[in-house]
Design a protein around this ligand. Structure first.
Ligand SMILES: *Cc1c(COP(=O)(O)O)cnc(C)c1O
Length: 416
């Protein structure tokens, strides 16, 4: 195939996706209305775009950002801070805030995201939750379904303080947890345990559907602002939303006992966080369309993808299975060369803090590590899966599809 045919091939793929794109547009419109209403109800004004320094007392902008988040998540309170370094940090703060020595924490989506191994103590660490006397238990998914029997057995045999549910698949091959499945398991848990705190790791799932976890019964929901809700505008930060008393505990854990949400200078964050949230429904829709196009095109080229183009999406991450180390590396190189920043740089596999195997990452992003921007990564282990996500606009995503398809053809790498 020459370049012209490749462009035609990608346009042909796009033509087949009208129905999927229509549904993505509907969700984006719905979430835009939700965001705008939250801005209106919170009376966001120009003054709120300013930030504070030092202690961060009387930070009306920061308080308003949190008010808007609270309304978007339809819950009692929110903590949205630049002092939360990342999603991992926000999850760490939330778990540390909920758990006391002797308490039991239970993950019902199997082993959590790799960067939490040392936080929990699955990989021993002197500062882990386990080192503080917290007990950790885990129930794996079975064929992508919650193992309700095993969960019930634990809940009925002992007092569990915190249940964690990770929606997005992380570096695994399981399916991500859609909002209906989440709603169902939460209501099932409530049948046997009214007390247990249910926390949801919502990374990559925000605005992918009509509802957020706090709307279907979660007590706490956690996510990163260099993913969906930052929309590429926020240059750091994370959020925790949920029940008022729990958010208070999180704020005391993050900041200072006794000062909770009252402190924490926002610097230049208020404007970025508001702008990011405002743009997020549309940016998430660009990511979803990009992933749908990649899914369709890579499947046509013979690769196993998940989710397939016509499956309901629970997050913005696409798995492409290469079953070959060199193809995975080539794919990441092609994504890197499609970026605006560092397009001339060749990604190479390397060790990463918090990860087991070597990882290759393509992230030519405006914000370091931002994965709402076009990016892809994959651990160098069987079956050599690339985890692709993002694109701030659909056009840049489509250009990346064209580049990937043409690179794979040009260099004859399809047949390696
Ligand atoms: C990205 C991610 C995290 C961690 O977020 P960081 O901001 O990268 O620390 C946690 N859980 C899931 C499911 C994620 O996708």
């Amino acid at each position: 195939m020459d370049r012209k045919n490749i462009v035609e091939f990608v346009y042909d793929c796009e033509d087949k996706l009208k129905k999927e794109y229509e549904e993505i547009d509907k969700i984006s419109f719905f979430n835009s209305m939700k965001v705008l209403k939250a801005f209106h109800d919170s009376k966001v004004s120009e003054a709120h775009l300013q930030g504070t320094t030092g202690y961060g007392y009387n930070d009306y902008g920061r308080d308003t950002v949190e008010e808007v988040y609270k309304r978007v998540f339809k819950c009692e309170d929110a903590l949205v801070r630049g002092q939360l370094i990342s999603g991992t940090h926000a999850l760490t703060v939330a778990m540390s805030a909920m758990l006391r020595p002797g308490d039991v924490m239970l993950s019902i989506t199997g082993k959590p995201y790799d960067t939490l191994d040392k936080v929990i103590g699955i990989t021993p660490n002197d500062s882990s939750l386990i080192s503080y006397g917290i007990k950790y238990e885990q129930v794996d998914l079975v064929d992508n379904e919650f193992n309700k029997e095993a969960i019930y057995k634990i809940l009925l045999s002992k007092r569990v303080k915190l249940i964690t549910i990770q929606r997005s698949k992380g570096y695994s091959t399981r399916e991500s947890i859609g909002i209906s499945k989440l709603e169902k398991i939460i209501s099932d848990i409530r049948k046997v345990d009214k007390e247990v705190i249910i926390m949801v790791d919502n990374c990559y799932c925000e605005f992918v559907s009509y509802k957020e976890p706090t709307e279907v019964g979660a007590d706490l929901v956690v996510g990163s602002l260099i993913k969906n809700l930052g929309a590429g505008m926020a240059t750091n930060g994370a959020y925790i939303c949920g029940k008022k008393n729990l958010i208070e505990l999180c704020a005391e854990r993050l900041n200072v006992p006794g000062q909770a949400k009252e402190v924490g200078p926002s610097g230049t964050n208020n404007r970025m966080f508001l702008l990011g949230l405002y743009m997020a429904p549309s940016v998430v829709s660009s990511s979803l369309k990009t992933m749908t196009l990649f899914s369709y095109a890579m499947e046509k080229l013979g690769y196993k993808v998940s989710p397939r183009y016509n499956e309901v999406k629970a997050d913005i991450v696409l798995n492409i299975e290469f079953r070959n180390k060199y193809k995975l590396i080539d794919f990441c190189k092609a994504i890197q060369s499609s970026s605006a920043i560092d397009s001339f740089v060749e990604p190479t596999p390397s060790d990463m803090p918090g990860y087991d195997s070597q990882v290759i990452m393509a992230s030519g992003s405006f914000t370091q590590g931002s994965s709402i921007e076009l990016s892809c990564d994959g651990p160098l282990r069987e079956p050599y899966i690339a985890y692709l996500q993002g694109s701030l606009t659909y056009d840049y995503g489509k250009i990346a599809v064209i580049n990937v398809v043409s690179k794979f053809y040009d260099e004859g790498k399809m047949n390696r």
